[in-house]
Design a protein around this ligand. Sequence first.
Ligand code: BGC
Length: 477
Amino acid sequence: MRLVVTLRSRQAVGPRAQISRIKMLDVEVRELMQAFVLSDYQVQEVYSRFCAEIAKGLKRSTHVQANTKCFPTYVQDLPTGDEMGKYLALDLGGTNFRVLLVSLKGHHDATVESQIYAVPKDLMVGPGVELFDHIAECLARFVEKHDMRNSHLPLGFTFSFPCEQIGLKEAILVRWTKGFGCPGVEGENVGRLLHEAIQRRGDVEIAVVAILNDTTGTLMSCAHRNADCRVGVIVGTGCNACYVEDVANVDLLHPDFKRTQRQVLVNAEWGAFGESGQLDFVRTEYDREVDDTSINKSEQLFEKMTSGMYLGRLVRLVLIRAIQRKVLFKLSNRREHFATAMQKNEDVFETRYISEIESDSFPEFPKTRSIITKLFGLEKASVEDCQKIRYICECVSKRAATLVAIGVSGLINRISNRRIVVGMDGSVYRYHPKFDAYMRYTMHKLVKSDKEFDIMLSEDGSGRGAALVAAVASKTK
Ligand code: BGC
């Protein structure tokens, strides 16, 4: 299969486009959402604080206090597009676990076969050994099915959690994120845990040659097709970025790795930004409640304002408040019942609804109305209520995209290349109708004027990217 570069189209999303639609809304919903609308001053201030935090993460003397840990990945070569060979890949870190067989074919070409396996909720928080046994079992089933039991294929493991890498195939889990919480893994070498689980089975022979973050995979996968790619970003269940840094700035990288190459990919782990209070001046009461009720309170605060695991929860809390304050369903006498329906479960308003609602047609609102029916049992919501719900979603997603754009601009401005392509992936970015346009709007304000940027949608970064890291690693051995 020939892979084609997908560059997203540009859409008008500036203040004018939004104002023309919200003119018709009543003042109460605008007041309710005011706290989500970032002013130019706030955008600039978050930008400065973010850049300072990245610099702290890179420096040995300040690394411990930094939120954004900026871990060196030990990936130093970008792909050329000529890579060849078959590789296995594992992908753990979102809602599903996947095993993949990737064939790199040269000429920037690759094919991927994959199998998705569910990760049951109890495994996400149960003993770590059981999680790794499950991963090894899925891997064994996959190689059996593809008749590759004794093929000794090299394997790249995309493990999308904050890890301190001590080499390409050694990664110590610093903390769980995104609802995972298996005891016995934090502080441990994830490569070793996988190796031991494979050994315990004894029925497959696989060489784990690289452990990588999904953002690294995204960057590599996009660089495989576009030589200007220097930043990889995920806005999915979690949110994070990886970028190409000059080795001279990466204090944590062992001097041996500085001699041969001028650059190294750095995993920013920007989801943790804000843990020292840097975002408190823009966080709302809803952000605080989402954090208070999460399993990792006070952690991953930037992620909690930007990623798919939390955006639906934020909208849900705003909707409850809007119903209680009679901003929504003004004329209904079933408001109390509606509010209770939303209180049932924190994930009742799924993040994908935001994309569906924002891409709905005005004034019919068929998708919005069917979501309202599903959530509240209300058959014929008014156009006004549909518009208000859409505005609530817009404010939450636009703020998320603005924050992501702030981070991306900060990274672009650190890189010396004049032209920079940003590889993006994750369900929020991929499926939201305007996330890309919202991001570009802010990036045009923040990226230095002597630079040119573009955004590119990644094709399976976690699979193809893992194979590319494994391929590049074997080349440099
Ligand atoms: C993790 C990152 C990951 C991101 C996107 C975050 O929760 O800390 O390592 O890249 O999610 O999956």
